[in-house]
Design a protein around this ligand. Structure first.
Ligand code: FE2
Length: 294
């Protein structure tokens, strides 16, 4: 029987203290479009999917709920059976939220809630025509308690590949597709967001985004610089709730069959294989914001 396999991070669900400000930021600054508002929750899309960003009003800000899409080779019932055989509890949700008629809800060992599903409604609202308008939601980095068990969970239960590390056991990069990382698990005593990242088109999109952020009163806090792990050119800024948001281009492409990254002129090694890195910036640049500790 096929293995349980997710292949993309489809959405993140923000708990927002000031939901109005977050919706304003995602529509006007990030260029996402609202597809639905239900029970005070706002669903936003970047083109095709019913939602990629969800803003849920809450007492405290957080992202603790993520939506991952499965490859569809197994039915949700079969997935649930396999999870059960590994001692992982999940509950089947039917018509529980807009856009996804059926999903399994479960928790990772860090305490994040995961919605895993095979199909999402393709609303096809189109890409925004103002604001940054990224290509896609790229990855999520989170501090995790039980980080070793959490890494093992993503590898062994959801079939992620381990790519790089920064510092032994500090920042742990995993992917479920060809992107260098879809999640970055940072060792910690508590589970909370480190940053959320969106892929941009190219370098000119980076410049234009930095100009637009400045106009919207959101200065770039770190970057632009090329990372070591992943080699993405990144900038970081704050959303209205001071969640750290990364915008990047040029991320390494992982070839899982070979266990290497597609060769690039800026790689330190040929072939470039997963390894432990020491620094964050391949250019050696330091910035006022300590990105290792946000
Ligand atoms: Fe990142």
């Amino acid at each position: 029987m096929s293995k349980v396999k997710v292949f993309r991070l489809a959405y993140v669900d923000f708990s927002a203290k000031n939901a109005g400000a977050m919706v304003d930021y995602y529509t006007h600054t990030m260029g996402y479009r609202i597809t639905e508002e239900k029970d005070g929750v706002t669903y936003l899309s970047n083109g095709l999917d019913h939602h990629n960003i969800v803003i849920t009003p809450a007492e405290e800000k957080a992202i603790r709920r993520y939506g991952y899409q499965l490859d569809g080779k197994l039915t949700l019932e079969e997935v649930q059976e396999q999870l059960h055989s590994k001692g992982i509890a999940s509950s089947m949700k039917i018509d529980a939220k807009p856009g996804i008629s059926r999903f399994l809800e479960l928790q990772d060992p860090a305490g994040n809630v995961l919605d895993i599903f095979t199909e999402m409604e393709q609303t096809a609202i189109g890409f925004g025509n103002s604001g940054i308008v990224p290509l896609k939601l790229g990855h999520i980095a989170f501090y995790a308690k039980n980080f070793k068990e959490t890494i093992k969970f993503y590898q062994e239960v959801l079939n992620f590949d381990f790519t790089d590390q920064i510092g032994i056991d500090f920042a742990n990069f995993l992917t479920c597709n060809t992107d260098h990382h879809v999640i970055n698990i940072v060792a910690s005593e508590e589970t909370r967001l480190h940053h959320i990242a969106f892929q941009l088109k190219d370098a000119s999109h980076q410049y234009a985004s930095s100009d637009l952020l400045a106009k919207h009163g959101r200065p770039v806090l770190w970057g632009p610089s090329r990372h070591t792990a992943g080699h993405n050119i990144a900038t970081y800024h704050h959303d209205p709730e001071e969640n750290v948001v990364e915008l990047y281009t040029d991320m390494d492409v992982f070839i899982s069959e070979l266990g290497i990254f597609e060769p690039r002129p800026w790689h330190e090694m040929l072939p470039q294989k997963p390894k432990v890195w020491e620094a964050l910036s391949a250019w050696g640049t330091e910035f006022e914001l300590d990105l290792a500790n946000v």
